[in-house]
Design a protein around this ligand. Structure first.
Ligand code: FES
Length: 104
């Protein structure tokens, strides 16, 4: 496990999804008010970036822009077809104003 700095927390706007690359890994980071969520930026249905999708701040989900599968931001589980498998999620904390994601 290693904590990776992915940027200043205040650079992320609430309700937006942003793609961040760390080494060979591509993540999607979503801020909803003061909460942050980090998932692999790859839909589990087909190889497509979730960062292109819509965030639902109330339900805490992100919708894949390709075929419409919804994923729970809190745990990466699919909430609707055509996706049936979860996407990986990662722990994230704000430390001294910086976002730190724990990667395996
Ligand atoms: S690629 Fe995401 S729902 Fe099909």
């Amino acid at each position: 496990m290693s904590a990776q700095d992915v940027g200043a927390a205040d650079e992320f706007a609430s309700g937006e999804a942003r793609q961040v690359r760390i080494g060979a890994r591509t993540l999607v980071i979503v801020r909803i008010e003061d909460d942050f969520y980090v998932l692999d930026d790859r839909c589990s249905h087909e190889d497509y970036s979730l960062a292109q999708g819509e965030v639902d701040c109330e339900d805490r989900t992100i919708e894949c822009a390709r075929h419409g599968a919804m994923f729970d931001l809190t745990d990466g589980t699919p909430q609707s077809f055509p996706a049936t498998r979860p996407v990986a999620r990662y722990d994230v904390v704000v430390r001294d104003g910086r976002l730190e994601v724990t990667l395996p």
